[in-house]
Design a protein around this ligand. Structure first.
Ligand code: ADP
Ligand code: ZN
Length: 608
């Protein structure tokens, strides 16, 4: 063990005066051989947490990182401060690898970067055993989470480190901080005894704004020209083509803008990165890969013209702005068409359910009427006060009181729970809208007292309400994406808390039912005694389903008058039902049981 003190290394090698946050505590623990899990936002200073212990402990610090493309940069950067480091990955020739293996065995390096794929190979582990490992640093540790935004199967095999090197300290690091991710890191990497270091994820100098898209390119140009003329920034877009088009438009407006995406050759990418780092006022228009591991402190803005796939991603990308602590902007233009586009991309992917969950949280951030920072930090399980430095705080949006709609939705979920049934958003929305499907009929959901009570909103709007309730913690997601009402949801049901939604996101009109059938439905209901309305509605919904499956018009199944009479009579046997006008023998045989079932269930719910 080197007998220098961590703060000497900090000063002498890295040239910094003080540790940031809990760097010092982490370093002390790892130097002493303890395990650690470190959660810090992008730019927080995670690297020093393992680099300094690697220098102070005997042996070589082994760093596992999935970002192969950055290893050369990281090694170069370390060389700049006089630290000898190397890497082993698939981009090297066999000879280069052999030379590096030798350097490791001879202890000529302090840090060795490895991809997870390489580390789990038996020959790599054999090699490591022949040398002396000072510590294992598992970077981007959230990649172990199957529910996260960056899952890498190889990470699951990193638990071997605990068995193979029980005496070597392990430190896992990530900028993704949800409680679920933390738990998974601990469990899957076998870090049960590790000390957990959680930094605040707040980046107070970044001002967050999410604006509705109208004419995206003009909006972007105006944002840059009025607020960031001559400053460095990153614009993120989804596709290569878009990055090129956007860069071209910016250039035509006098902005020094360069595209960056995986389709460019390595040389071009490097040249662009160099210009971005060295020149002032360069704007890079990039797909998400750009900016990872680039430590440019004075990026003054990060703009998004396409919706990020997750809050984790959004936070990481916007986190590349203002690392120097000076004011910086995170600006995004968002439109509903983006959502449609994203859903199309996600649909049918093997990971569809999970990606949908992540996207919904992102949408909820766009739609929130709350402080953006409160909402984001809440997503990372951190509480904070309204920040005064986001669009919501600076210019409070017009909010819509959606409490009644929320109550309708929550009470539907409660009624299903009372039946010991658990369903996802789609089914609950169908119930609210009175939209019969095979599945609503199968479960007799037409008989629920909340059936059709939300017909005034469209599917899209109900989904906004669901996202709001999920984001506020009024609903939680169970197995198979079923929704459950939480204690805080009960507070909404009891009227103790209100639910607010940005007016702009609820504006889009529900898909109009054809004017005729709508008014017909209204007229038909007006003639029904209030006490029978629910049952009548349930019977009609059932009829609609039968008419669809049997391929006959609804009135061929039963006339409205028949349903009305059934609703008034509430028959409890086939004999009673047979007495109703319009119920013949064949229909009695074919539909009798189903009708009695609806009547019985509905009556039960009305009395309880
Ligand atoms: P992360 O990996 O958490 O995104 P880095 O380790 O790359 O962050 O650190 C971000 C930047 O902060 C780097 O430029 C790093 O050199 C700098 N930095 C880290 N710790 C300190 C410190 N104690 N004092 C000053 N600068 C620091
Ligand atoms: Zn705010």
């Amino acid at each position: 063990m080197n007998n220098k003190r961590p703060q000497d290394v900090l000063r002498e090698i890295f040239g910094y005066h003080e540790f940031r946050g809990f760097q010092s505590e982490v370093i002390t623990r790892v130097c002493a051989g303890g395990d650690a899990v470190v959660l810090m936002p992008t730019g927080g200073g995670k690297s020093l947490c393992y680099q300094i212990p690697a220098l102070l402990r005997d042996g070589v610090g082994v760093v596992v990182s999935p970002l192969i493309a950055l290893m050369q940069d990281q090694v170069d950067a370390l060389a700049q401060v006089g630290i000898k480091a190397g890497f082993l990955n698939s981009t090297q020739t066999r000879r280069e690898r052999a030379a590096m293996e030798l350097a490791y065995l001879n202890g000529e390096i302090d840090l060795l970067y490895l991809s997870p794929e390489r580390l789990v190979m038996p020959e790599t582990q054999e090699l490591l055993h022949q040398g002396n490992v000072a510590l294992f640093a598992i970077d981007e540790a959230h990649c172990v989470s199957q529910w996260g935004h960056d899952f890498r199967p190889e990470y699951l095999q990193l638990d071997v480190l605990a068995d193979e090197w029980p005496d070597v300290p392990r430190i896992a690091l990530t900028a993704t901080a949800t409680v679920a991710t933390r738990a998974e890191i601990r469990e899957r990497l076998r870090l049960a005894d590790a000390e957990m270091f959680v930094a605040s994820f707040n980046r107070p100098n970044i001002r967050y704004r999410i604006v509705p898209k109208s004419s995206e390119l003009s909006q972007l140009v105006e944002f840059i020209q009025t607020e960031h003329a001559g400053e460095s920034g990153i614009v993120y877009a989804m596709t290569r083509k878009r990055t090129e088009d956007i860069a071209e438009r910016l250039r035509s407006e006098g902005v020094t803008a360069l595209p960056y995406h995986a389709g460019l050759c390595a040389l071009e990418r490097r040249a662009t990165q160099e210009r971005f780092l060295r020149e002032d006022g360069v704007v890079v228009v990039a797909t998400i890969a750009f900016g990872m591991g680039i430590d440019k402190p004075d990026v003054r803005f990060v703009a998004h013209l396409d919706l990020p796939k997750s809050i984790e991603g959004y936070y990481q990308e916007t986190g590349r702005a203002g690392r120097d602590g000076e004011p910086a902007d995170a600006w995004m233009a968002y439109g509903l068409s983006d959502v449609v586009g994203m859903r199309r991309i996600i649909a049918g992917s093997p990971d569809e359910r999970n990606q949908t969950r992540l996207l919904n949280a992102m949408l909820s951030l766009c739609e929130t009427g709350e402080c953006r920072r409160v909402e984001m930090l809440h997503y990372f399980d951190e509480d904070t006060e309204p920040c005064g430095n986001c669009d919501t705080c600076l210019q409070p949006p017009v909010l819509l009181d959606a409490t009644v709609n929320a109550q309708k939705l929550l009470s539907t979920a409660v009624r299903l729970e009372q039946r010991s049934q658990h369903f996802g958003a789609g089914q609950i929305i169908d119930i609210l809208r009175g939209h019969s499907t095979a599945k609503t009929t199968q479960w007799h959901h037409e008989t629920l007292s909340t059936w059709g009570i939300g017909a005034d909103l469209g599917d899209t709007q109900w989904r906004v309400v669901v996202r709001r309730l999920l984001a506020d913690g009024d609903l939680s997601v169970g197995a198979h994406d079923t929704l459950r009402v939480t204690p805080s949801g009960w507070e909404v049901l009891r009227g103790n808390r209100s639910v607010q939604i940005r007016e702009s996101v609820m504006e889009s009109k529900p898909r109009a039912a054809t004017g005729k059938s709508r008014s017909q439905a209204k007229d038909a209901l007006a003639a029904v005694p209030a006490a029978d309305r629910k049952l009548f509605t349930a019977l009609r919904a059932w009829r609609a389903e039968v008419s669809k499956t049997d391929g006959v018009p609804a009135y061929v199944v039963f006339h409205d008058a028949t349903l009305l009479e059934i609703a008034g009579l509430r028959p409890t046997s086939l004999t009673e039902l047979a007495a109703v006008n319009g119920v013949g023998q064949t229909k009695l045989e074919r539909y009798g049981a189903a009708v009695l079932e609806i009547v019985a269930t509905q009556s039960l719910y009305e009395t309880t």
